[in-house]
Design a protein around this ligand. Structure first.
Ligand SMILES: Nc1ncnc2c1ncn2[C@@H]1O[C@H](COP(=O)(O)OP(=O)(O)OP(=O)(O)O)[C@@H](O)[C@H]1O
Length: 466
């Protein structure tokens, strides 16, 4: 069994990536194969659940490829041996600097007092597709990309933490995984820990329950880089915030790099302790802005090219990608989903994707997007109506003939889009959310008293909603 598993591991490591392999597959031991079922020993239930959910297909395919008929995996949790193995492999990795080689798992008896929490329990797997080379850079994300590149290089810490924030599906997780991949390639002996804030809490609660809190603390403090995704999740969760605060301080004190992501800036996260907000604001805070047409088109072209590498006969008609970039402006995830659906359609029917095919196949997505009014649209319409320059919407001019239309555009942005005040502020030349709130209130007051202005606002609304 050990030989067979060692052989399977060689390909699995290549297949799932070194980080995933080390975290999830390496701690397993194949104990037997019987009646189409591969039986494994796993150090924890967390690992076996994760492997079952994410890698079962790959493992069965690998075993089948080696001539063994397997269609299911079963796991037995064997904690003492698992902990001993984790301790040994962590020690071996530290001594030899070996992080990726698929080593056969030795089965020495573990001392019953071994309490080291198994390292694989802590992190989350990295998506091998989320690399810098697959990330398309444009105006809305160029600063975030440059900062991520800088952090991935390592070396003296320039800004700690790097705090990335932005709306749904704009590439925060992609950039974090890219940092981790790149950093690990440059520093193969280093320990990078990536996890969501939810996983941080889950592991913390588990450590409290199992009285392994010192191991938990120790493991976090031993990493070279800690990355926590969706940190807004810990808002309002007092003990988790407390633990996060101490972990954060300990790592910063040791000069270790921290990368955090959230859906909004630290100051905007309600329920987050002030001292954490202030810590998070000490480094570099960069936001990923909503995509522009050019960025969306670039992403579509890049994804189409990579799909073409697998399926060279894929034919996409003129103007289809431009049409999608124009019509789907919500977020990149939706854009990707639409493209995937078109590719699936094209491969199944073996037909060129024309504009008509795209419209037909994506009717539901296009309808949803139709209802969206963007801040760009609002600014453009209002600027046109009052005959001012579009750049005056973002600029500093305070003269009433410019400031009033700008406030109307702010008011309409609040009314007609689901954007938050800080997001609107960003789109109006990086203004503070209090300025937007003031603008919105001003127009609310004026609309009540000034008929001409109220009519203007109603007409602009109708134009935008048409
Ligand atoms: N600039 C980009 N280039 C290529 N792909 C991108 C880009 N931005 C986003 N994507 C892709 O869009 C999808 C969503 O991105 P990601 O999961 O990183 O978003 P997110 O900002 O973390 O969103 P959420 O807040 O919902 O977690 C991913 O598949 C990602 O690869």
């Amino acid at each position: 069994m050990e030989d067979l598993w060692r052989q399977a591991c060689v390909n699995l490591e290549r297949n799932v990536g070194q980080n995933n392999f080390n975290h999830w597959i390496k701690p397993l031991r194949l104990s037997t194969l019987e009646a189409g079922i591969a039986y494994f020993e796993s150090p924890t239930r967390f690992i076996s659940d994760w492997v079952n959910r994410h890698f079962a297909d790959k493992i069965t395919a690998e075993l089948n490829g080696l001539g063994y008929e397997v269609d299911r995996l079963r796991f037995a949790v064997v904690p003492a041996q698992g902990a001993a193995r984790a301790a040994r492999s962590a020690a071996a990795a530290q001594v030899s600097g070996q992080t990726g080689a698929a080593q056969p798992v030795a089965r020495a008896a573990a001392p019953s007092t071994t309490r080291l929490a198994p390292k694989p329990d802590l992190g989350a797997p990295l998506d091998p597709r989320f690399t810098f080379s697959n990330f398309v850079v444009g105006k809305p994300n160029e600063l975030a990309h440059a900062a991520a590149r800088r952090v991935a290089e390592g070396g003296p810490v320039g800004f700690n933490p790097l705090f990335l924030y932005g709306g749904v599906g704009l590439g925060k997780t992609h950039l974090m995984h890219a940092i981790a991949h790149d950093y690990q390639t440059r520093h193969p002996n280093s320990q990078v820990l990536y996890l969501s804030a939810e996983q941080f809490m889950y592991r913390f609660v588990q450590a409290l329950r199992e009285s392994t809190i010192m191991d938990f603390k120790g493991m976090f403090r031993n990493v070279n880089m800690l990355m926590v995704d969706d940190v807004q999740f810990i808002a309002g969760k007092d003990s988790t915030q407390e633990e996060f605060f101490h972990t954060f301080n300990a790592l910063v004190d040791q000069g270790k790099q921290i990368v955090i992501s959230a859906d909004r800036a630290p100051a905007e996260i309600k329920g987050l302790e002030e001292r954490i907000k202030s810590r998070l604001s000490c480094g570099l805070i960069v936001d990923l802005h909503p995509t522009t047409y050019e960025l969306r088109l670039g992403i579509l072209q890049s994804k189409t090219e990579s799909f073409r590498r697998q399926q060279p006969d894929l034919e996409i008609g003129d103007g289809v990608l431009e049409f999608l970039a124009h019509r789907i402006s919500t977020n990149v995830r939706v854009l990707e989903g639409a493209l995937q659906r078109l590719f699936a359609h094209a491969s199944l029917l073996r037909r060129e994707i024309t504009l008509e095919v795209a419209q037909d196949c994506l009717a539901d997505i296009l309808r949803t997007n139709d209802r969206k009014i963007s801040i760009d649209d609002i600014q453009r319409k209002v600027a046109e109506h009052y005959n001012i320059r579009l750049s005056d919407m973002m600029g500093p001019k305070r003269a009433r003939n410019v400031a009033r239309p700008r406030q109307i555009a702010m008011y309409l942005s609040k009314q007609l889009t689901s954007r938050s005040l800080p997001e609107i502020g960003r789109r109006f030349g990086g203004r503070d959310h209090t300025t937007i709130m003031h603008g919105v209130r001003k127009i609310e007051e004026l609309v009540a008293d000034d008929h001409a202005l109220a009519e203007d606002v109603t007409m602009l609304k109708r134009l935008l909603e048409a």
